[in-house]
Design a protein around this ligand. Structure first.
Ligand code: TRP
Length: 461
């Protein structure tokens, strides 16, 4: 594998060939018609791919519970790029999801040299107060610190049993020189992602993790690790329907009726199959072909839509008989917005982005200097029109500041036809961004002495 076919979550260099990323890494397309109450990022195709989102949409449509998880690295300042994930988290919350926010203070300590104390300060004053201002509901949001929730680290260790250095090489391109912080952090992150399914943190339910595509390696790793812990697999049956198979592992061998010499203990195997059959019967599947000897149950009448329902019921059985019973996480991916200079956005280059705390004056300066899709002279611009695909002011209206599709379309049309000049579209962007930032800062002030409302009890000092 060449490095071009890998995604490096620690690099500031990001590929923007999203179609290629989607195909190379097996992401699924977002079908906008299936998204209820689509927000601006959905409507404009900015959220472009997912893994396993159908499970979550199905929960939304049936009013069933599900969780949303996001994480922040408490280093540096929060900027517009970070706000995209929060926008999605908020949308999932409005559709009924409960929200867990990871403050990755251990990851910041290990990979960015930020002390835990400093990390806490940055998380609260730079990130969580902006999340509050963006409209997350404190009653349905739980913020925790990796360093203060030892169970996520413990889970990282447990899940670590299911992987090895070769897999890390393949996913992340690690070599002998790789710092071990980069080995630990993904395992803790896997712990972050699955732990809301523990009984103490909301129990068995699907969890969705909206991320930028740079975080997909962690999602892929976690989905793989979780699948390897599962005691039962649900697969598509060749001649239609679904097949359940046993995943026999060291820790479940006895329960699955495999004796130490490898032979099958029929009584034990049959007992297990009785439990499986009664779980399926509760879901209304009576027409099944059970083959305890081979360790399979076929359900010809089940459709792909039944898959996650069956999975959940098997996971709850798995928990009852001693397994961990985790669902693989679902995820969504957004496109990155271009930096203000036309290059990549980067926190270490303030001129490439707008920070949530930027003054109106700083923001205006950045927009005025932003990369433009306008022509060299007014005469040419009137004749040829502006290029929306390059124009930063237009793209920031599209990604952040102009909520109305109709208005955005009309601005775009005027710009492309040359009626609207480059300076004029920048002024529109400045006006909308001014409203946006002013509103955010007012809301931030309203929340400033109530940020603790967002913290889970294990994260209060
Ligand atoms: N690694 C993420 C970052 O660099 C932070 C993070 C930690 C995270 N745990 C997470 C993100 C869980 C999403 C889900 O920003």
């Amino acid at each position: 594998m060449t490095s071009g076919s890998r995604i490096d979550p620690w690099s500031s260099q990001q590929s923007t060939d999203y179609e290629r990323i989607r195909d190379n890494f097996g992401l699924s397309n977002i079908e906008i018609s299936k998204i209820p109450n689509p927000n601006l990022l959905h409507r404009r195709g900015i959220i472009f791919a997912h893994r396993g989102l159908d499970t979550i949409l199905d929960r939304i449509n049936h009013g069933d519970n599900f969780g949303v998880l996001t994480g922040l690295m408490p280093s540096g300042k929060m900027h517009l790029g970070h706000s995209m994930v929060i926008n999605q988290v908020k949308w999932f919350q409005e559709q009924g999801g409960d929200v867990t926010v990871t403050v990755a203070d251990l990851e910041a300590l290990a990979t960015r040299n930020v002390s835990l104390k400093e990390g806490r300060k940055i998380a609260l004053s730079e990130y969580i107060n902006n999340y509050a201002a963006m409209g997350l509901d404190p009653d349905k949001t739980n913020v925790y610190f990796q360093s203060m929730r030892p169970i996520v680290q413990r889970l990282g260790f447990t899940l670590g049993q299911k992987t090895n250095i070769s897999e890390f090489e393949a996913i992340y391109g690690f070599s002998g020189e790789t710092n071990l912080a980069h080995v630990q952090a993904p395992l803790v992150q896997a712990g972050d992602i699955v732990h809301p399914q523990l009984d103490e943190y909301g129990g068995l339910r699907p969890i969705v993790v909206p991320v930028g595509v740079d975080q997909d390696p962690h999602i892929r790793l976690t989905r793989g690790l979780v699948s390897k812990t599962n005691w039962f697999n649900v697969k598509n049956r060749k001649s239609g329907g679904l097949t359940i198979g046993l995943s026999i592992q060291e820790e479940n061998k006895n329960l699955m009726g495999v004796s130490s010499n490898g032979s099958i203990n029929r009584d034990v195997r049959n007992q297990l199959f009785d439990k499986l059959k009664s779980s399926l019967a509760k879901l209304g599947f009576a027409d099944i072909m059970s083959n305890p000897k081979h360790g399979t149950i076929e359900i010809p009448g089940a459709t792909i839509l039944d898959k996650s329902k069956i999975q959940l019921s098997l996971l709850s059985l798995e928990r009852n008989i001693g397994g961990m019973g985790f669902m693989p996480p679902s995820s969504t991916y957004h496109r990155f917005v271009v930096g203000m200079t036309g290059d990549k956005m980067s926190s270490s280059k303030p001129e490439t982005t707008i920070f949530m705390h930027d003054s109106i004056e700083d923001m205006s300066k950045k927009v005025k200097r932003a990369f433009s899709g306008g022509q060299a002279t007014v005469e040419e611009h009137r004749r040829l029109g502006g290029d929306l695909s390059k124009d930063v002011a237009y793209q920031y209206l599209q990604y952040f500041f102009e909520e109305s599709d109709k208005e955005l379309e009309s601005i775009g049309r005027d710009y492309e036809s040359g009626r609207l000049l480059a300076g004029e579209i920048k002024q529109i962007c400045i006006d909308r961004a001014t409203e946006w930032l002013t509103d955010l800062s007012e809301k931030r002030n309203q929340w400033s002495d109530r940020i603790e409302d967002f913290l889970s009890s294990d994260s209060k000092l």
